[in-house]
Design a protein around this ligand. Structure first.
Ligand SMILES: Nc1ncnc2c1ncn2[C@@H]1O[C@H](COP(=O)(O)OP(=O)(O)O)[C@@H](O)[C@H]1O
Ligand SMILES: [Mg+2]
Length: 364
């Protein structure tokens, strides 16, 4: 997938921006608060997702304007396509002149992967963020996964409701029925996550090696101590049936399901140590980047279209070699990098440089 041309009207701090990015690396530079992140946010909206900053739709419209309009011409599926977004109270998307019933219909048509500094929590924070990364990425590449996920979560909720009022309504026959359903759903979910992590691993380790000039080893594993790698789906279901049954007392005491894939984690290590506990700022940033690039590579492999790579404020805390790798060694990808520090630009060997100033974009 390649972005060919964009027009943004009354979007964030941009009154009107029209630009034709290059097919390779595009660097958008400018001082703080000029609209660099806004530009990436606008591109991201064509994936059909919500703002990666967690903003509400109404906040995207330029203050004082009734609506924002964004248009993007991109090449995907061997032809040129045009998508239009109109944001008033709600977001509406039209693709090649046809209105879509929901923005999420863009999934798989306009592919992008975004890195924003908030994503560092994926490494620094609790397992929750890492599970969210896996589940969101899986939803994009495996159409049936959303059902697997919702079913499992639904079972856990129902089981939790029973546990919460256990001393009034507790019933072991009902609990055992939930245990059985939960184990089967857990096995589906674990197999999907495990297999996805195996696909990510190959790309992530290769990318991290390049980024660190082969100085650091990068490893990811889904719940390594459980040995899922060598188990069949039935064996995983049996494991969970036993484990959930064994947690009966703890679950009744706590009033919720204390074990299950909803508590599991993706382990990420750099140079043999946990990236969360021991990683430097640069290593943690590199680890998130490796996961994001791997996510993009798997998506590209499955859909046959390489997604656009949006890198917001990624340069700070990366050393010269890592900056150089990002700017000059991602051949074959369309990349958008925002940067405040102009010194990095000297290292760009091929690519285009744009400047964002008070919502106005120009090529330098
Ligand atoms: N809806 C909006 N209308 C007008 N200006 C906005 C809107 N949303 C954000 N801005 C302005 O955009 C600027 C921030 O842009 P941003 O892209 O985050 O900057 P940066 O270049 O540092 O990435 C701020 O000055 C903010 O006031
Ligand atoms: Mg910014």
């Amino acid at each position: 997938m390649t972005v060919k041309e964009c027009k943004f009207l009354d979007f964030r701090n941009m009154s009107f921006v029209e630009w034709q990015p290059g097919d390779g690396v595009n660097v958008i530079c400018g001082q703080n608060a000029q609209g660099k992140t806004n530009l990436l946010e606008g591109l991201w909206l064509f994936t059909g997702g919500k703002s990666f900053r967690g903003s509400k739709d109404a906040e995207l419209v330029k203050i004082g304007s009734p609506r924002a309009r964004l248009q993007c011409t991109f090449e995907a599926d061997g032809r040129e396509q045009t998508a239009d977004i109109q944001i008033e109270k709600r977001r509406k998307i039209t693709l090649n002149g046809v209105a879509l019933s929901s923005p999420t219909k863009m999934t798989g048509l306009f592919g992008a992967v975004v890195f924003s500094p908030d994503h560092l929590m994926m490494i620094k924070g609790s397992p929750d963020g890492r599970r969210r990364f896996l589940d969101a990425a899986l939803c994009q590449v495996k159409p049936g996964y959303i059902k697997t996920y919702s079913e499992y979560m639904h079972i856990v909720q129902q089981r939790n409701a029973l546990l919460k009022d256990w001393f009034r309504f507790g019933d072991d026959t009902i609990l055992e029925a939930w245990n059985k359903r939960m184990s089967a759903a857990a096995a589906e979910m674990v197999v999907a996550r495990r297999d996805y992590v195996a696909r990510l691993r190959a790309y992530a380790t290769e990318f991290y090696a390049g980024l660190s000039s082969h100085k650091e080893k990068f490893e990811i594993d889904y719940e390594p101590e459980k040995g899922y790698e060598s188990l069949s789906k039935d064996e995983i279901a049996a494991y969970w049936e036993e484990t959930i049954a064994a947690a009966r007392q703890a679950d009744v005491g706590a009033g919720f399901s204390t074990v299950g894939p909803h508590r599991e984690d993706l382990s990420v290590s750099v140079a043999e140590l946990s990236a969360r506990a021991f990683g430097s700022q640069g290593q943690q940033r590199s680890a998130v980047l490796a996961l994001k690039m791997a996510e993009a590579a798997v998506l590209g492999e499955i859909t046959g279209e390489r997604p656009a790579i949006l890198l917001d404020d990624v340069m700070s805390e990366l050393d010269v070699d890592r900056q150089n790798y990002l700017m000059n060694h991602l051949a074959g990808w369309q990349v958008f990098i925002t940067a405040c520090d102009p010194s990095a630009l000297g290292r760009l060997s091929k690519g285009r440089v744009f400047r964002m100033e008070s919502g106005n974009l120009s090529e330098t």
